[in-house]
Design a protein around this ligand. Structure first.
Ligand code: PSU
Ligand code: MN
Length: 303
């Protein structure tokens, strides 16, 4: 195994014994949510996984060392770094962070690469990257990673501020099955449905495990997207979420905010415009997805 990979003894022992493990990303800690909600949510996701009889493996690069299974102190360390001081680490960033000995937070793409290296088949997060609205050539590397790395990603769809129909088109081209667990339409992150159709609708974690196991038998080289809607009690009405996103996006354009500053600005404004409801939905869906991923990982160990 790669000398650059440090797997915690707890995660290594669980993998060795074919016990369920769930990978977690770290960009949501450094770039997705603000302190202290980021650390609270990351620890709540780990607790939800343990409550469901699986072992959490939060992944990041710490001083150039790819680490699988961060400690609570390491999660708190990442969650309290000043904004923009930790590299957001997708596929192209991994050699830079490792080679230069940096701290870096792995995105969905970065986390999938490391999870596959470590032999962890199930990964839970909030939303994947995708195709940006009005900028069809700004396509997240997450979509290409899903097309080339065999990890199942449990999420609530793509970041809501993206172009969801175009995101689905790219995933189709990449050969990624998109499954709804308890839904027949693609979840819209803060709200439960985008109205867009999926490739399959299933009702149980056991069915998800059957699909993942079949992909393994087929030696599929691609990932699988398992989408789970935000819990009913924390969901925003679709019109409310959409109105806030549109207003925040328009304000970003008026203020000439662009590039990597757009997402933090828009997400922050959406929290203000929804009186914190979007933040509550975001945190709730992350913890719920962790819980569901633990159940899927447990079912998968039976194959
Ligand atoms: N979705 C969110 N918050 C986030 C992300 C997604 O609601 O912080 C992060 C994930 O780590 C995802 C990344 O992989 O953003 C995608 O970034 P980009 O579009 O730059 O590839
Ligand atoms: Mn992007």
């Amino acid at each position: 195994m790669s000398v650059d990979l440090r797997i915690s003894s707890e995660v290594a022992a669980a993998l060795e014994a074919n016990q369920p493990v769930v990978a977690l990303e770290s960009t949501v800690i450094t770039h997705g949510l603000a302190y202290p909600g980021n650390v609270e949510t990351a620890l709540a996701m780990e607790a939800a996984i343990r409550d469901n009889h699986a072992i959490p493996a939060t992944i990041a690069v710490l001083q150039g060392q790819i680490t699988v299974g961060l400690t609570q102190d390491e999660i708190t360390y990442l969650g309290t770094r000043p904004p923009n001081s930790v590299r957001k680490c997708s596929r192209r960033d991994l050699p830079i962070a490792v080679g230069l000995g940096e701290d870096a937070a792995t995105t969905v793409a970065g986390t999938m690469i490391v999870a596959a290296m470590a032999g962890i088949p199930v990964f839970a997060t909030g939303g994947i990257g995708g195709v940006h609205r009005g900028q069809p050539f700004d396509v997240s590397a997450d979509l290409m990673e899903l097309g080339r790395t065999p990890v199942a990603v449990v999420c609530s769809g793509a970041k809501s501020i993206l172009d969801l129909p175009l995101t689905l088109e790219v995933l189709e081209t990449q050969g990624v099955p998109i499954i709804g667990l308890g839904t027949s339409t693609l979840p819209a992150f803060y709200s439960r449905s985008s109205g867009l159709p999926l490739d399959a609708c299933i009702e149980t974690p056991q069915e998800a495990a059957r699909i993942i196991a079949a992909a393994h038998r087929l030696q599929a080289s691609h990932g699988i997207l398992i989408t789970v809607p935000v819990p009913h009690e924390d969901a925003l009405a679709e019109a409310v979420a959409e109105q806030a996103i549109e207003q925040a996006t328009a304000e970003a354009a008026e203020r000439h905010i662009h590039g990597k500053d757009v997402t933090p600005f828009v997400l922050g404004r959406v929290v203000e415009l929804t009186d914190g409801e979007s933040k509550r939905a975001n945190m709730a869906l992350l913890v719920n997805n962790a819980r569901v991923a633990a159940a899927i990982a447990a079912e998968l160990t039976k194959f």
